[in-house]
Design a protein around this ligand. Sequence first.
Ligand code: NAD
Ligand code: DAU
Length: 356
Amino acid sequence: MILVTGGAGFIGGNFVLGWLSNANAEEVINLDSLTYAGNLETLASLQNDDRHIFVKGSIGDAELVTRLLNQYQPRAILHFAAESHVDRSIHGPADFIQTNIVGTFNLLECARNYWSNLAPEKKQAFRFLHVSTDEVYGTLESKEPAFKETNPYEPNSPYAASKAASDHLVRAWFHTYGLPVITTNCSNNYGPYQFPEKLIPLVIHHALHNKELPIYGDGQQVRDWLFVEDHCLAIQRVLEKGRLGETYNIGGWNEKANIDVVKTICAMLDSIQPKGNGKSYAEQITFVKDRPGHDRRYAIDASKIEKELAWKPLETFESGIRKTIEWYLTHQQWVSGVTSGSYRDWVSKQYSAHGK
Ligand code: NAD
Ligand code: DAU
């Protein structure tokens, strides 16, 4: 079996659902502390599936992690758990240091103790796959080449710095202790089950509730978008075939300016669910104060994973964004479940700080 951390979150949840959609899949122990970003509703379809063992707990709890490893003897750890939202890291970095750095350190130590006592065959087969981000590389000028695995680390937000630190720990545990690790650095994901604090689900949610669609600064910041299921398939491929101690950049060659992403969503909503008053959702677009330290451009050079592991994204941005919008339109109950009181408090705190 495999141990997944953060499997009630956006990418971890999609990963677990995708993994268990294969009838022959190994069991999953899913360790998640259920922060505001973790949601058991995402895993509701697995309620009667014995192959899914959900454990509510923290990666920072050494006793719990050690007990789970010894009891279930997983052949791999897939580490998704993190604090993941840049804006929250600006308001309060402490949780990011605690979860992303100290939590990863704890997980590495538990994994090392477990792995070093395995029988030789199991020891050789074991993997620690660390899921990370392109934000560790910092920002690009408009004409600079996309991030390669060899780019220097230049993180600019507390979130990015905490992920960079965790990547360094993972690397050191490989070189110093021989722990069989692989790190993936992926670009911006979008798709089903994403918490509506991130740009794409926030814009869909606000559009449908006749609220302003907040664009930071001039809206010309560029992100490289990847449909979440393509990211999950890439992670499976890296787990199967990735070389130990390596890092793999994952991305969809889909660079888009934020304003264009938002206009695309508005145009699709105009055709799928037109407003009663005949107006376009684009009229709700509002430019607000920029994010401090806002990275101008991210772009992933995915040639290493494409060449070495023969992975390629299946979705284009156009097909992925349509699937995403359709998913949100048909899963309004999931959205209502996560946009409770604490969500509303966050939106009012965040967007009063970004006042026009
Ligand atoms: P998310 O915020 O949606 O989910 C994070 C999950 O981790 C939640 O379920 C949360 O409850 C859980 N968690 C947080 N602290 C925990 C702890 N101490 N112990 C156990 N569980 C804990 O995040 P996401 O967008 O799904 O991102 C998953 C991973 O992928 C993160 O490591 C993130 O840095 C990385 N990543 C995200 C993106 C993206 O675009 N979302 C892109 C590249 C990489
Ligand atoms: O690049 C990978 C990273 O992508 C992941 O590591 C992070 O976990 C994930 O949150 C994401 O970070 P971003 O900061 O790029 O994502 P976010 O959805 O917050 O913002 C995307 C862009 O849209 C960014 O340039 C900021 C802008 N934005 C965002 C929000 C929430 C707005 O203009 N308005 C908004 O209201």
